[in-house]
Design a protein around this ligand. Structure first.
Ligand code: ZN
Length: 200
């Protein structure tokens, strides 16, 4: 058994020991919101956004991008589980800014081993064979952090399956301070439409 596997199972044993009232939680998130963010290991949405089990949906992928699959989850999140506000949170020093589709496709064509990030950029150090299958994959990298938040909020905002009354907030998480910084342009684009006749 690997060290990681042993550690994870031991940690889970301890967690389950004091599980208590969490057994009573229901499927819909109690605080009715969802977060789309990056899988980066330095980000812990439960901690930086103050979430307890059962509070909110957290959808994660490389970059926190509004991919078709992220939108699939968001649609289920509101349509079946009642979320009413969404956050798109990218972060500083994101690995998605370090490569292009061509870069990662080239690395994968060379080998299926972990590549190295050098001063000259990504370099494949593995032994082949690799695979050309990555030519069919869109990796959704970006080179402008703020713009990526704006683009993703806009893609969600304009999706035909997303209702106009859900506000979408755009933020960048700073990995050096732990702070969330608003991307005003994204939040403006993501703002909810006020229903006609509303007094708000
Ligand atoms: Zn990231």
């Amino acid at each position: 058994m690997s060290d990681v596997l042993k550690e994870v199972l031991a940690a889970n044993e301890a967690y389950a020991e004091s599980f208590g009232e969490k057994a009573e939680l229901t499927i819909p998130p109690a605080r009715r919101f969802a977060v789309l963010t990056c899988m980066d290991a330095r980000l812990d949405p439960a901690k930086f956004a103050g979430l307890a089990e059962g509070d909110a949906h957290v959808i994660r992928n490389a970059g926190g991008r509004a991919s078709d699959d992220a939108i699939r989850s968001l649609v289920i999140s509101y349509k079946l589980l009642g979320t009413r506000e969404w956050f798109v949170i990218h972060h500083t020093d994101c690995g998605m800014e370090t490569f292009s589709n061509d870069t990662i496709r080239g690395l994968l064509e060379n080998s299926l081993e972990t590549a190295a990030l050098t001063a000259e950029g990504w370099k494949d150090v593995g032994h082949g064979p690799g695979s050309r299958a990555a030519r069919f994959l869109e990796f959704l990298p970006f080179n402008d952090l703020e713009q990526s938040v704006v683009d993703d909020v806009e893609r969600i905002r304009t999706h035909p399956l997303v209702p106009r009354n859900i506000p979408i907030y755009g933020y960048i998480y700073n990995v050096k301070s732990g702070r969330l910084i608003e991307v005003a342009e994204a939040t403006r684009i993501g703002s909810a439409a006020v229903a006609s006749g509303s007094s708000v």
